[in-house]
Design a protein around this ligand. Structure first.
Ligand SMILES: [Zn+2]
Ligand SMILES: [Zn+2]
Length: 307
């Protein structure tokens, strides 16, 4: 929903609540919580990629890079976003299966699994079932030991996920006023790789996932409130050896191309994540995008919340 419409909706809701003496339903407001803004490059301040969209006390989590579950625990315990408590996360969507997007999948299925009373639903490209089987294998000694003892277990299969793999564009989940669609993006040799469009009653959010410049992202984000896009620093990229430059150009979006996408889509807010700065100043990417794009743009940090 665009800002002016959202404002009118908010005003109407506030007036109705005032009239009826009710508190405003704050939980219904959609929030975007950054659980990981990093890349494969080790970074002490940034977990691997993970974005949570929280609507009506329910979290929809996109990717689970290393450290994402630790940040989810911080969000639930220190920031009061209870929907991000690990045993409550049961809607997970993968853009693709590069390690910086899935290393904390075992952490999600493993953490406190004996307290989980239902399975996690997992959506993503082919490969998510094999990845899940690998996690069960990894957990086998823990599962066997806990089941063999006197430990109470909510659901003996609570560590398992139901996987929903897909190869093409389309709606992957619609529930409780939330509609999530996947669309293909261009991530080098990774095929298919997906971005997601998330529509809730008060916001439309588009997540590029990892992608080279791809006009499909702009088309999906044309009426979005928030576009979350990956970005690569041109200053950093131009200093790399030629072979690395070729690799990154085929798989990632340099800052001038991010600005081009943003100028086509005109989102209310552009959020940069997965910032590949290759040893240049981390902020160079943001400065470069701002050169060609005058809209609202920020470089996200872990545990930033956007409403
Ligand atoms: Zn990737
Ligand atoms: Zn990545």
């Amino acid at each position: 929903m665009k800002r002016d419409r959202m404002y009118r909706y908010g005003q109407g809701l506030a007036a109705a609540c005032l009239l009826l003496g009710m508190a405003l339903p704050a939980a219904a407001q959609t929030r975007v919580v950054m659980l990981g803004t990093g890349t494969p490059v080790p970074d002490s301040h940034r977990a691997g990629q993970s974005v949570a969209v929280v609507h009506d006390d329910k979290a929809y989590v996109f990717d689970l890079g290393d450290g994402a579950i630790r940040n989810a625990i911080r969000a639930s315990q220190d920031m009061g976003i209870e929907a991000l408590s690990p045993t409550r996360i049961d809607r997970v969507f993968f853009t693709h299966l590069h390690s910086d997007h899935m290393l904390d999948y075992p952490a999600l299925l493993n953490t406190y699994w004996w307290r989980r009373d239902h399975h996690v639903e997992v959506y993503g490209p082919p490969g998510i079932e094999a990845m899940s089987q690998g996690v069960y294998q990894m957990l086998a000694p823990d599962i066997a030991a806990r089941k063999a003892g006197n430990q109470p277990i909510s659901d003996p299969a609570g560590y398992r996920a139901n996987t929903h793999a897909f190869r093409d564009n389309g709606v992957v989940l619609a529930e409780n006023g939330v509609r999530i669609s996947a669309f293909k993006v261009s991530h080098g040799e990774v095929k298919p790789a997906f971005g997601y469009r998330i529509e809730t009653p008060d916001k439309t959010i588009v997540l590029s996932g990892d992608t080279a410049y791809d006009p499909h992202v702009a088309a999906q984000a044309r009426d979005a409130d928030i576009l979350i896009h990956e970005a690569a620093s041109q200053a950093g990229l131009s200093a790399l050896p030629a072979q690395w430059q070729r690799y990154h150009h085929a798989a990632h979006t340099p800052s001038d191309a991010v600005a081009r996408i943003a100028n086509q889509a005109r989102p209310d807010k552009l959020i940069l994540v997965h910032n590949l700065f290759y040893g240049a100043d981390e902020k160079s990417t943001l400065t470069e995008v701002r050169k060609d794009y005058e809209g609202d743009v920020v470089l996200a940090n872990d545990l930033d919340v956007f409403e």
